[in-house]
Design a protein around this ligand. Structure first.
Ligand SMILES: Cc1cc2nc3c(=O)[nH]c(=O)nc-3n(C[C@H](O)[C@H](O)[C@H](O)COP(=O)(O)OP(=O)(O)OC[C@H]3O[C@@H](n4cnc5c(N)ncnc54)[C@H](O)[C@@H]3O)c2cc1C
Length: 301
């Protein structure tokens, strides 16, 4: 990697948010560089069916490849590297440390995404490919209709997801991981109204089996079988570079942004899963379009 002159914008993260932001900026004729550690959540998607323009769906790695090809049309070649620090110098420019080198930029769009908290599931990769393990009912609840579905997650996130999944006419069991006693009477009634069963013990082992589906062995030895399991254990939003500079974040790391996707730090924007909002590909692209346009306009002043 050569030392580069001060960029108009450094984009950190090369998933759908980062690549969309870079394409917009390149088309505004801004100097832009993408730095990407190569762990986009797109890599886990066996087939997405809610991205418009792909009526038969598309697998995540192929979509990522297309986004990269699109960016390459405008000369964008992401650096395969991780930004490990982000600071501001005496002139107010951002200085990122990337592979031990310093990269300066007038603005930064942080598109670092999030990581799923993984449950210990035997054979989960194969289960994910077969649609037995799913991470996002907003994305693919439609594909689960009329099935035996388990939602694994504590009171709060797990409970809300169980109710959401029940909306697809599924036979839902909430694996509450022992958190049932923390649930109020009103919510218990809501679960009952939606037909959600509660398994209160703590799962000892979860296995994906080709034919039978997903088997969950509880601590007391009881064995439960499902067609689909949604782990609802949350996401870790990768926001450290921004919060270290003073950006505000929720407890899970999702960054607070204004209507232009700017964080509390002037010139530092966030887009995609790392920014406040629904964690979706379409949203990531929409965020990125807004942030890139705001960056371009801010540099014209
Ligand atoms: C199994 C699964 C199925 C899904 N299905 C769908 C679906 O059907 N429809 C849908 O809309 N959404 C779906 N999603 C969600 C979707 O994948 C995300 O919303 C989307 O990828 C977010 O894009 P992003 O650019 O914000 O983050 P990502 O795509 O995660 O990209 C972030 C990038 O930033 C990089 N990065 C992080 N830190 C650094 C750093 N310090 N320096 C350099 N690079 C860094 C990462 O390595 C990564 O490459 C699914 C997710 C999963 C896990």
């Amino acid at each position: 990697m050569n030392t580069v002159p001060c960029l108009d914008c450094l984009v950190i993260g090369g998933g759908p948010a980062g690549l969309t932001a870079a394409v917009y900026l390149a088309r505004y004729r801004r100097t832009v560089q993408v730095v990407d550690a190569g762990e986009s959540r797109l890599n886990k998607i066996p087939r997405t069916r809610n991205v418009l323009g792909f009526p038969d769906g598309i697998d995540g790695p192929s979509l990522l490849d297309r986004l990269r090809q699109h960016a390459a049309r405008y000369g964008i070649e992401p650096w395969c590297a991780r930004a490990t620090a982000l600071e501001r110098d005496a002139q107010g420019f951002f200085v990122a440390t990337v592979d031990g080198r310093e990269v300066s930029a007038r603005t930064v769009i942080l598109c670092t995404g999030a990581q799923d908290v993984e449950p210990g599931i035997d054979g989960w990769r194969e289960g994910l490919q077969r649609g037995q393990v799913r991470y996002c009912p907003v994305c693919d609840g439609f594909e689960t209709q009329h099935q035996r579905v388990a939602v694994l997650g504590r009171e709060g996130h797990g409970l809300r997801e169980a109710i959401f999944v029940a909306g697809f006419d599924n036979e839902v069991t909430w694996l509450s991981m022992g958190s049932r006693r923390e649930v109020g009477a009103d919510e218990l009634r809501r679960l009952a109204d939606c037909g959600v069963r509660i398994a209160n013990g703590v799962p000892r082992e979860i296995r994906c089996l080709t034919e039978q589906g997903v088997t969950v062995t509880m601590e007391d030895g009881a064995s439960l079988t499902f067609d689909v399991l949604y782990p609802a254990l949350g996401l870790r939003h990768i926001a450290d570079l921004a919060t270290a500079l003073g950006a505000r974040a929720a407890a899970d790391g999702q960054l607070e942004v204004d209507e232009h996707l700017q964080t509390a730090v002037p010139g530092l924007y966030a887009a995609g899963d790392v920014a406040h909002g629904l964690n979706q590909i379409n949203v990531a692209a929409g965020h990125a379009a807004i942030a890139a346009t705001a960056v371009h306009n801010s540099l014209m002043r």
